[in-house]
Ligand binder design. Structure first.
Ligand SMILES: C[S@@+](CC[C@H](N)C(=O)[O-])C[C@H]1O[C@@H](n2cnc3c(N)ncnc32)[C@H](O)[C@@H]1O
Length: 224
């Protein structure tokens, strides 16, 4: 089955009644498996987690609820997504979930606002389903920026479809890749080797590859 790029709806609410919360059907299918994969890379006691390209905000809200010891910083660059993240945050009432910030990975010197907060050591940067729907420049800026802001031992955790050794891992991923490239020639499913090359040139190593449902992977990179 071909994966769509954005599958966001409005919880069945017509726009005038909607508070801005968007719903991604894929979230309901993937959030549990993603949590099982990433939780081991998050601190047990305290720390901050920055999510880039948070989309609806549903992952950030769900994971912040599960880890009250961590401070969660969602972000995106799309106004309707920023509004959705804020609406989910407001509805959640979670004290450890910060307001969404605008981060556009096309900007080489992107920053996050959490570094001004006294107690926040950035333990992890999460980026799910973003680098294949963006120019390669976005992946380059993601790794360069993560290397700038993560502390030693911090993790960059990616989720999505990837090629291995130049080959797709499933026909559905090949079909998805073709649809992405048809939409924008600069988009496309990335190869693990290329992404790992970015990590190495930014002082990071690939710590683990975790197989996920629906031919997706979690790639866990560690900052040295
Ligand atoms: C397919 S959605 C994934 C959303 C969410 N991470 C998830 O997995 O459900 C891609 C998200 O990346 C965001 N995005 C695209 N290009 C970006 C960029 N250059 N910088 C930051 N976010 C970007 C989009 O606005 C969108 O919210």
């Amino acid at each position: 089955m071909t994966k769509s790029v954005f599958e966001f709806g409005t919880n069945g609410l017509p726009p005038p009644q909607s508070d801005g919360r968007l719903d991604a059907p894929a979230f309901h299918r993937n959030h549990e498996a993603i949590w099982q994969a990433i939780a081991a890379f998050l601190p047990e006691k305290s720390g901050a987690v920055l999510e880039i390209g948070s989309g609806t905000g549903q992952h950030a809200v769900t994971y912040a609820r599960r880890s009250p010891q961590l401070t969660w910083w969602p972000s995106d660059m799309t106004p309707s997504h920023l509004a959705s993240i804020e609406a989910w945050r407001a509805a959640s009432g979670l004290a450890n979930l910060r307001a969404p910030q605008h981060i556009d990975l096309m900007e080489p010197d992107w920053r996050w606002s959490g570094d001004a907060a006294a107690d926040d050591t950035l333990a992890a940067v999460l980026c799910f389903n973003v680098i294949h729907i963006s120019p390669w420049r976005v992946a380059q800026n993601l790794f360069a920026g993560a290397a700038r802001i993560l502390g030693d031992g911090g993790h960059l955790l990616l989720y999505g479809p990837y090629k291995r050794d130049g080959a797709h891992t499933a026909p559905s991923n090949a079909e998805f890749d073709a649809s992405l490239r048809a939409r924008n020639p600069e988009w496309g499913v990335r190869d693990i080797a290329d992404v790992t090359g970015l990590a190495q040139s930014n002082g990071m190593t690939l710590a683990k590859i975790i197989e996920m449902p629906a031919n997706n992977l979690v790639l866990a990179f560690e900052r040295h």
